[in-house]
Design a protein around this ligand. Structure first.
Ligand SMILES: CC(C)(COP(=O)(O)OP(=O)(O)OC[C@H]1O[C@@H](n2cnc3c(N)ncnc32)[C@H](O)[C@@H]1OP(=O)(O)O)[C@@H](O)C(=O)NCCC(=O)NCCS
Length: 230
């Protein structure tokens, strides 16, 4: 049976919708206008909220409140919404429990211009944006996000929901816990361990291990309290 939707976004974050629709369209060699997209949310998001956010002429996604959504064959490829942590993992956890979803129910989307080494592994629910690179033998856990022009070095090991923002790079053998954010343009030295929930500031040079929940910033990066820390 033909699914009723091509793409189901599990979560909210309206600014992310057009990027995710464009990525899916590029992956499937379709025009974004031809994709049928649904958004499952638990906020009062309405199509009007997308004014000025979605390009003119694109079909509006259909919005289904989480409480009334029953997962089915008609969903197409399901992907988690991409938001700043910790909101996205909390949203996924709520949906997983309420709807009996498993990680394996999620798809993987890699832009055709991205380079993912054949020996690399991407967890379910992972998004890889244009011109990003994931090198040899790296292993990304579920629901990771590799943004534009970012590169993940060889033999990296990442926990679930970790993300690297545009133009940032990890060297070889970097280990990330869960829900780590690497800010735009940051560099993480080879062999560094960054524990769960840590945030690396944009443009930072990370030379030392980063502890759980810590925010580090600067060149070289040093811990500093952040109002964004979880
Ligand atoms: C590090 C970060 C998380 C801190 O956020 P914050 O808690 O809101 O920080 P503030 O803007 O209040 O700044 C607090 C202090 O840290 C400094 N600071 C903030 N970000 C910094 C960075 N990346 N490098 C060095 N110093 C930084 C500020 O200059 C300020 O210093 P001051 O107190 O001496 O004036 C944030 O600035 C950052 O870099 N986020 C990543 C952004 C990103 O990648 N966006 C792309 C999304 S796709």
């Amino acid at each position: 049976m033909q699914p009723a939707h091509d793409l189901t976004l599990l979560g909210f974050g309206p600014h992310a919708y057009p990027m995710l629709v464009e990525l899916a369209a590029a992956c499937w060699k379709k025009s974004p206008e031809d994709l049928r997209v649904q958004v499952i949310h638990n906020l009062p998001v309405t199509p009007g909220a997308l004014h000025g956010i979605m390009p003119e002429g694109w079909p509006q996604p259909s919005f289904t409140p989480m409480a009334s959504w029953e997962p089915g064959e008609w969903d197409g490829v399901r992907m988690p919404g991409v938001l700043r942590e910790p909101a996205v993992s909390l949203t996924w956890e709520a949906m997983r429990k309420a709807k009996g979803l498993k990680m394996e129910d999620l798809g993987v989307l890699v832009h055709p211009s991205a380079q993912v080494a054949p020996s690399a592994e991407l967890g379910p629910g992972t998004w890889v944006q244009p011109h990003a690179t994931v090198a040899t033998m790296s292993k990304l856990g579920p629901c990771c996000y590799v943004n534009r022009q970012a590169s993940v070095g060889h033999h990296n090991n990442w926990g679930a929901f970790s993300r690297i923002n545009p133009g940032a790079h990890t060297a070889g053998s970097v280990v990330l816990g869960e829900r780590v954010t690497i800010g735009m343009g940051a560099l993480v030295r080879e062999g560094t361990k960054v524990e769960s929930g840590a945030i690396i500031g944009a443009g930072s040079l990370v030379l030392k291990d980063v502890m759980e929940g810590q925010t580090v910033m600067g060149v070289p990066a040093v811990p500093r309290p952040s109002k964004l820390a979880s």
